[in-house]
Design a protein around this ligand. Structure first.
Ligand code: C5P
Length: 415
């Protein structure tokens, strides 16, 4: 189960920066519920929080009363972070007020609480705010000092919300219970190539042989790698999804184009993740004009054309073959398996792992309503160097991506 984070947002202009913090949290696999105050919603609307978190947004104590949200959310959270925390929010928290959903949550939370204040310097330095911060810190609330710099107007001074990455690092540290956890930046300096989506092999100008891959898992893998500081090339085959911020996108259609793009991108890279569903075969002949049916209106005419196929190169196997003696890049393959009645998905994946020779293999169970196009995934991650299997999911694809990068980072540091 992913850890649960409540992201409280109070009404300051820095609320827009909480959107980036939210992305860092979701892309690292946390389940985030955003609780904006009424004033925060004047800066950033509920639709933005819902879309970015992938969860309904809780705004007041009077919605879904039968579920007692003002108690439940706080009790079940692993971390509450409020960013930005205004002078008013600090005052209400310090005095134990419970006049909206967020302050109710602060009173019911048993977990670590982090407040990231943002306000004008005068408000931050006012004796009332200074006393409120001291009170909160005396109760073990983690109040992050605001940064100095340009404020909303032309003035400068202490009061700026720290950068989302800095706040995220504090959250991550508290969520890991002080254990060493990969921080954003843990892939910094690393060059990563991710392929995603499904290839289309054209028969004629209007038809192709394709597959059901939506690209969601590959895009999540690229997004998490960027959040951890990697330089990411995303080779994308026929995906209709927003491109994660910060990746370099190369769009392709066919297996041959994908192979060419990956081969070019892998020069000097540290990791290749082949998440794309690549067609093993393509039509032997491409018709320049639309193939016409040969039968007329006669229902008894059973004639049908035969499509001849030829093999596509196995890109993953080619990467393994051409890898130099230094052991880089780390090569990650995917195996979409349905099981075959005799062997389980994991058994089939082990056989494929032997055949493919990659360093890590992500095996997932697929079927008409499983995995493809879904937001969640369940996988076995097989690692060659120490012959280990890590399970991930059922969990959002971002969370599975975070577990995969944890594994790959271990392989990188072991190698
Ligand atoms: O053998 P199978 O197609 O199931 O292997 C899947 C893995 O191999 C995926 O990582 C996929 O991206 C990769 N692959 C490839 N080239 C192909 C077929 C699959 O790189 N022609």
């Amino acid at each position: 189960m992913p850890q649960k984070v409540i992201l409280g947002v109070s009404g300051g202009i820095a609320a827009y920066k909480a959107c980036s913090l939210l992305r860092l949290l979701t892309e690292s696999g946390y389940h985030v519920t955003v609780v904006p105050t009424a004033a925060a919603l004047k800066f950033v609307g509920a639709a933005t929080w819902a879309a970015l978190s992938g969860n309904p947004v809780s705004t007041d104590v009077w919605a879904d009363v039968h579920e007692v949200p003002h108690v439940r959310l706080g009790q079940h959270a692993d971390l509450v972070i409020v960013a930005p925390a205004t002078a008013d929010l600090l005052a209400r928290a310090a005095h134990g007020l419970a006049d909206d959903l967020l302050t109710n949550i602060l009173l019911t939370a048993h977990c670590p609480v982090v407040l990231a204040p943002a306000m004008h310097t005068e408000m931050w330095e006012h004796p009332a705010t200074v006393a409120n911060v001291a009170t909160l810190r005396s109760r073990s609330v983690r109040v992050i000092d605001p940064a100095s710099g340009r404020l909303t107007g032309a003035d400068t001074g202490q009061g700026r919300l720290p950068e989302p990455e800095e706040i995220f690092a504090v959250c991550r540290e508290l969520l890991s219970g002080g254990q060493q956890a990969p921080l954003p930046g843990s892939l910094s300096g690393r060059r990563v190539v991710v392929s995603a989506g499904g290839t289309r092999e054209p028969l004629d100008p209007v038809r192709f042989l394709g597959n059901r891959s939506s690209g969601k898992q590959g895009y999540a893998i690229a997004g998490v790698a960027v959040a951890r500081g990697a330089e990411v090339v995303l080779v994308s085959a026929n995906v209709a999804l927003p491109v994660p911020a910060g990746v370099s996108l190369i769009q392709v259609q066919t297996a041959l184009e994908l192979g060419e793009a990956v081969d070019k991108a892998v020069q000097d890279c540290d990791v290749v993740v082949m998440a794309a569903a690549v067609a093993d075969y393509r039509p032997a002949h491409y018709a320049d004009v639309k193939i016409k049916k040969t039968f007329g209106l006669d229902d008894n005419d059973e004639s049908a054309p035969t499509i001849q196929l030829v093999r596509n190169p196995d890109i993953l196997a080619g990467l393994v073959r051409s890898r130099g003696p230094a052991g880089l890049p780390v090569i990650v393959g995917f195996a979409a398996e349905t099981g075959d009645g005799e062997r389980t998905v994991l058994e089939l994946a082990r056989e494929k792992f032997l055949r493919k020779g990659c360093d890590v293999l992500v095996a997932n169970e697929v079927g008409v309503d499983k995995t493809f196009g879904q937001d969640t995934n369940t996988v076995h991650i097989l690692r060659r160097d120490i012959d280990a299997v890590t399970q991930a999911g059922p969990a959002p694809k971002e969370s599975v991506a975070a577990t995969l990068w944890d594994v790959v980072q271990e392989v990188l540091s072991a190698g």
